[in-house]
Ligand binder design. Structure first.
Ligand code: NAP
Length: 369
């Protein structure tokens, strides 16, 4: 029997609207953003072919015509009402569980308000996203020739729904952990939680640049509407796993830093012959971890509210890892700025990092002599 899910998406920037409505590019962005809140939800595509040895699922993408800027600036009740409309559209198509993409998972108490108003199950997908983010960072570090146990690590956006769990998972593995955000009291509370759960002393920090330049591994998962990680922020040889959508790492890093490994976090291979009938930027047969969490619940026939709110338990994370293993979801090969990374490219990054570190040592020795 095929079980059906829905998944909410939205344009990450006004330019995404041009792809769907080419005539929109003739108008200023602020005009487009002024009319977007008036648009009804848009049915995008039928997702077919999700199949594991234990079940089959299909799904429906429904888009809400709101950018991250609109979702954070409009009254929250109005945004949630739009999401409810979109969720009902998915339910009318047969969805019995709804996943929330990008900012649709952030507003309305991280999915809770939406779940309270819909008759079908809802999940933000953040449990599996956090788990795959840490796994991606670990794979990145391995590719660069070191382990998390010997690495200074940082989580940016640590007090968020994904960031908190990424921090709890990373604390058990990292040599040292910095928790980075903008609100110090919340970061201190999180550091207390990390200590209680793991015995590890994590360091709260609101100094983004200072924390980044000291870190070998960074998981960045803030809800900033624009890039917050710049070329000058990163240590030579650093691994940055960017889970945020829109991305936290500036594109300039790709041009200016050939000695750091920036990987797209939270991209997952889907079991079966999945066809999304829509290009949302992932390679064929892969999707974002939040979509994968929705799919695995559909494959299981678990039409229940799952990951909701900002403080869900690690048991949910364990459960998604178990379901991922059972159904055959796995973290995809390393990608950087929408491109697959070859082993040769990673080796080149390692060589560039070594050269840069040697250069720094020579400058330091020269300055000291
Ligand atoms: N790849 C995937 O499958 C996937 C899945 C789910 C979510 N995501 C993405 O992950 C990101 C976070 O989602 P979430 O649900 O965890 O959001 P969230 O609960 O709102 O948390 C975001 C965190 O970012 C911090 N933050 C915001 N602006 C910041 C800035 N300029 N500098 C530093 N920290 C900042 C916020 O803390 P303060 O306000 O206190 O600073 C907050 O703790 C979003 O971009 C979302 O689209 C991706």
């Amino acid at each position: 029997m095929t079980h059906t899910f829905g998944f909410l998406i939205h344009p990450l920037e006004v330019a995404d609207v041009y792809r769907k409505v080419p005539a929109a590019r003739h108008f200023p962005d602020r005009w487009i953003e002024a009319v977007m809140p008036l648009a009804p939800p848009i049915y995008v595509s039928h997702i077919t072919g999700v199949r594991s040895p234990y079940g089959e699922a299909d799904g429906h993408f429904v888009s809400v015509a709101l950018t991250p800027r609109l979702m954070t600036s409009l009254p929250e009740a109005r945004v949630v009402a739009k999401l409810v409309q979109a969720g009902r559209m998915a339910a009318e198509k047969g969805a019995r569980i709804l996943g929330l993409g990008a900012y649709t998972a952030i507003v309305g108490n991280a999915g809770q308000d939406l779940a309270d108003r819909l008759e079908i199950g809802v999940t933000t997908g953040n449990s599996y996203t956090a788990a795959t983010g840490v796994e991606g960072a670990e794979l990145g570090a391995q590719a660069m020739g070191f382990s998390l146990e010997e690495a200074e690590c940082a989580v940016v956006g640590a007090t968020g729904s994904v960031g908190r769990v990424a921090a709890l998972l990373l604390a058990r593995k990292a040599k040292r952990l910095r928790l980075v955000g903008r609100d110090l009291p919340r970061l201190v509370r999180l550091a207390d939680e990390v200590r209680l759960a793991t015995g590890v002393e994590a360091e709260p920090s609101t100094d983004l640049h200072g924390a980044l330049v000291a870190s070998d591994v960074v998981i960045t998962v803030s809800s900033a509407v624009g890039a917050i990680v710049s070329p000058e922020d990163l240590k030579p040889g650093a691994v940055v796993c960017d889970i945020a959508r829109p991305r936290d790492v500036s594109r300039q890093v790709a041009e200016a830093r050939d000695d750091v490994l920036v990987i797209e976090g939270g991209i997952v291979e889907v079991p079966g012959e999945v066809d999304f009938h829509f290009d949302f930027g992932c390679p064929p047969r892969t999707c974002l971890a939040c979509m994968a969490e929705t799919m695995m619940l559909a494959l299981e026939g678990r039409f229940e509210d799952f990951t909701l709110g900002r403080e869900y338990s690690l048991e949910l994370v364990e459960e998604t890892l178990r379901l991922a293993r059972k159904h055959g979801f796995r973290v995809a090969a390393l990608r950087s700025f929408e491109r697959a990374l070859s082993e040769d490219e990673v080796a080149e990054i390692r060589r560039n990092a070594d050269r840069k570190r040697r250069g720094r040592v020579q400058v330091a020795v020269g300055a000291g002599s």
